[in-house]
Design a binder for this molecule. Structure first.
Ligand SMILES: *[C@@H]1O[C@H](CO)[C@@H](O)[C@H](O)[C@H]1NC(C)=O
Ligand SMILES: *[C@@H]1O[C@H](CO)[C@@H](O)[C@H](O)[C@H]1NC(C)=O
Length: 339
């Protein structure tokens, strides 16, 4: 990255994007990740994407929180052992039960879509593709750009909850970047994907350390805007009493309940108003700071970069060909389905 620092962030985006894409499609700026294809279900379930969009739209009209929920679900699936829909499996020792996956939601919609597709084209469309397509549609409804989702993923098996390596929301920039790099993503992907925090909520337990006793200083995180410290202290008590629930706060109080996709997340990073520690850290690295500045003032750049980054995340370690299976029910593997 260092060699790019002297250029403008926009140039960084262009240079990196071009390096990633060998053959740029004129219409979309994207080409299929290795192994996945454009309209994989064309011959086997031609209307699959239409059915999915219809169900997402119906759900979204009643509940816009589905956009941040699906994004988190996709992230939790793809970052851990690849986009194989393993996070959708239910069970007492399933991946879903890992502490980092507490509060995951959106399963109901995915299950509904799967039911519809099974009635139209039984045994054809994978849960992993459904999750990717439904997320694309929901965030598009929320204000993100639409982007081509290349398909052909197959579904994986169960994963031990101990294998869930999703990092805590208060890790340092370096730790966070090392994590994204371990998944084949870079600083631009990370800075862009964290922008998903322009929507949705988080538990107070993820931020109380920043509000009351940052790194055992007995003081709030010095990088947090003092006005925000007061506002969040009001919503998040230092500790919850036994039996009390862990309150939820908006990740981006500017958009709050509208759940609109916007670039105000980056303006908040720049004015020390990020809610999560990992978000505020973007200000303390030259590359992520420049990218944040670019996105704060250029919504279109953020939108384009977002489409590319989610698409890249959606192709981490995918199972294709004869690997994995096409689940009949997204909640159980076929072996357990038959049982
Ligand atoms: C609409 O969404 C709310 C949650 O926001 C849910 O409780 C309710 O059942 C939904 N209604 C329909 C018709 O889906
Ligand atoms: C704190 O936030 C306000 C806006 O809410 C902003 O005007 C101010 O510049 C911020 N302070 C710092 C130190 O960034």
């Amino acid at each position: 990255m260092k060699q790019f620092v002297k250029f403008s962030p926009l140039l960084i985006l262009v240079v990196i994007s071009l390096a990633k894409i060998s053959m740029v499609d004129a219409a979309t700026g994207m080409n299929p990740p290795v192994k996945l294809v454009w309209h994989y279900y064309k011959d086997t379930c031609d209307d699959a994407e239409t059915y999915i969009r219809y169900q997402v739209e119906k759900f979204y009209r009643n509940d816009t929180t589905i956009a941040p929920k699906l994004l988190r679900l996709l992230y939790s699936d793809c970052m851990v052992n690849g986009c194989d829909a393993s996070v959708l499996l239910q069970g007492p020792k399933s991946e879903r039960t890992a502490p980092q996956n507490r509060g995951l939601a959106g399963f109901v919609l995915i299950d509904k879509i799967k039911q519809v597709l099974e009635s139209r084209c039984p045994g054809v469309v994978s849960c992993a593709d459904i999750l990717n397509l439904a997320t694309r549609d929901a965030v598009h409804m929320a204000g993100a750009p639409s982007y081509p989702v290349f398909t052909g993923r197959r579904d994986g098996g169960e994963l031990n909850p101990d294998a869930v390596d999703l990092p805590s929301p208060s890790i340092s920039f370096e730790e966070s970047l090392a994590y994204f790099k371990s998944k084949g993503l870079d600083v631009l992907d990370m800075t862009t994907l964290l922008g998903a925090h322009s929507m949705g909520k988080t538990h107070c337990s993820h931020i109380v350390n920043r509000l009351y006793n940052f790194k055992d200083t007995g003081k709030p995180d010095p990088t947090m805007n003092t006005t925000l410290v007061s506002q969040l202290r009001y919503l998040c008590p230092p500790r919850t009493q036994k039996g009390q629930t862990d309150p939820l706060v908006y990740l981006n109080p500017d958009t709050g309940s509208s759940n609109r996709f916007s670039s105000s997340y980056y303006s908040r990073v720049l004015s020390h108003n990020a809610v999560l520690g990992v978000d505020q850290q973007l200000l303390y690295n030259d590359d992520s700071k420049e990218i944040s500045q670019e996105f704060a003032s250029g919504f279109e750049d953020f939108r384009k970069s977002f489409a590319l980054a989610v698409s890249r995340m959606g192709s981490i370690n995918v199972l294709t060909g004869k690997a994995g299976e096409i689940r009949r029910d997204c909640r159980v593997t076929n072996t357990n389905y038959a049982a």
